[in-house]
Structures are given as structure tokens and as C-alpha cells.
Design a protein around this ligand. Structure first.
Ligand code: PEP
Length: 252
């Protein structure tokens, strides 16, 4: 039985005082929750202060990205060592905004995932097709390629600590959610793909999140699907009340 997982991606939102206000309110709303994994991914500069509020909290800390080297002359980058040091349990890698706006490749995602695992952080590996790719009937092929490239260097033992997030690009921040059936079709494809590469045990334990305009109103329908284990939430994670409602819906 997979544990539901709801993660909030704050993207480039919230100053440090705003981040602290949000996480304190959220803590008050979800602290008693059991049977659901909860994480928030603030911007880098807010990770350390937010970590102080989350000490002994059920809410886990996540980063939104990282570089794969441990240290060195890489201006502007943040390493897995630094993320582990501030207490990150998770790190999002390969988000479509990183792939589309910053030219991130699946090869880079694979290096980041490897580096994170080396430092005890679980990568949340994002995959998803654009609307043009879906309209051309290429969605499964595109996601299969992203999975192959992004998970290339990992073993079955590594995969036990990996989370996959299916985020169709056309549903991110657009208000247009994939239907539960569309999402389920892709999640089932991803799980079958993992069965083939890493075996049935890894696949049946794998957490696959859906992301793309998840809201309190649609979380239950998504979570009712067999292969949807949780959500990666952008916009609706920026308000404690809506994120807490999604956590409630995620519990089932
Ligand atoms: C995201 O960026 O991961 C995301 C799913 O955003 P939104 O919920 O705003 O569509």
C-alpha cells in the first residue's frame, strides 16, 4: 500500500517573511495529519528559515532544483550537500519550467538525481508532454524518452527512493487539469515502464504524483485513480488553506 504524498512547489514566490508566515499557518492546519506524506518546496533563500519552523513537524522540506556537483566554481548553483545540510528530504528535478525555460535535459536530470541520492535526498523527477506533443499522439513516447534519460543511471535500489511526478505541460498553471482518466493512463504507462526496467516490486512501491492545476475541487477525483499516489501542487500551494484542503483530499 503506497502512502499518499502531497508536495507544494512554491516556485519563485514568497520572500522569507512571507514563506515563514505560510509555513507557520500550514503547520497549524496539517500538523495532526497521519497517513499522508507532506512536503513544501520554498525558494532556495527560504529553505533554511523554513527548516527551523519545520523542526519536528510532519511537513518535510523540499528544494526546487540543484546542481549535481558537491562544490566548486559553479556560480549561482546550489549543491545536494547544501540541501542536505539545511534538512531537505526531497528535491524536484526536471520540472518542465526548468526543461522549457532553462534548457534542462534528461541527461542533466539523471546527474542531479544520482547526486541527490548520494546525499540522502529523494529526487522528485518530473516528466510530461507539451500540448503539441499530445495533439500529435506522442505523449507516451515523449514521457518514455524522458523516463529513460532521467533515470538512466539508477539501480533498482536507488529507485526505491525516487518519486516520479507526471506533469503535462499544458496543465501547469493553466487551470486546465488533465482528466483523472488522462492522468491515470499516463501513470499506468509510467508504472509499466518501471516494471520493465526495474521490476515489479520497485514499480508497485513507486510513488507517482500528478501535477497540473491540482486544486481542492479536483484532488479527490485524481486520487481515486489506481496509479495516482499524490500531487505536486503549484499555485494552490501558495495559500495554506487550499494546500491543507488538498492534503485532506489526498488522504482519501
Ligand atoms: C507545478 O508547477 O508543479 C504545478 C503543478 O503547478 P500548478 O499546480 O500551478 O499547475
Amino acid at each position: 500500500m503506497r502512502r499518499p504524498f502531497i508536495a507544494g512547489n512554491w516556485k519563485m514566490h514568497k520572500t522569507v517573511p512571507q514563506a515563514l508566515e505560510l509555513v507557520e499557518e500550514l503547520r497549524g492546519l496539517v500538523e495532526g495529519e497521519q497517513g499522508v506524506e507532506i512536503a513544501v518546496a520554498p525558494p532556495f533563500v527560504a529553505l533554511h528559515p523554513v527548516a527551523q519552523v519545520l523542526r519536528s513537524s510532519v511537513i518535510k522540506l523540499a528544494a526546487q532544483d540543484c546542481f549535481w556537483e558537491e562544490e566548486g566554481a559553479y556560480t549561482g548553483e546550489v549543491s545536494p550537500v547544501m540541501l542536505a545540510d539545511v534538512g531537505c528530504a526531497y528535491c524536484i528535478v526536471g520540472h518542465s519550467e526548468r526543461r522549457c525555460i532553462f534548457g534542462e535535459t534528461s541527461e542533466g536530470v539523471a546527474r542531479k538525481a544520482r547526486a541527490l541520492l548520494n546525499h540522502g535526498i529523494s529526487p522528485i523527477v518530473c516528466v510530461g508532454e507539451t500540448l503539441e506533443e499530445r495533439d500529435r499522439g506522442e505523449a507516451l513516447h515523449v514521457v518514455g524518452e524522458q523516463l529513460g534519460g532521467s533515470l538512466a543511471s539508477l539501480s533498482a535500489e536507488d529507485m526505491v527512493r525516487v518519486v516520479i511526478a507526471y506533469e503535462p505541460v499544458w496543465a501547469i498553471g493553466t487551470g486546465r487539469t488533465a482528466t483523472p482518466q488522462q492522468a491515470q493512463e499516463m501513470h499506468a504507462f509510467i508504472r509499466r515502464w518501471v516494471v520493465e526496467k526495474f521490476g515489479g516490486d520497485v514499480a508497485s512501491g513507486l510513488t507517482i504524483l500528478y501535477g497540473g492545476s491540482v486544486k481542492p475541487e479536483n484532488i479527490r477525483g485524481l486520487m481515486a485513480m489506481d496509479d495516482i499516489d499524490g500531487a505536486l501542487v503549484g499555485g494552490a500551494s501558495l495559500r495554506a488553506t487550499s494546500f491543507a484542503q488538498i492534503v485532506q483530499g489526498g488522504k482519501g
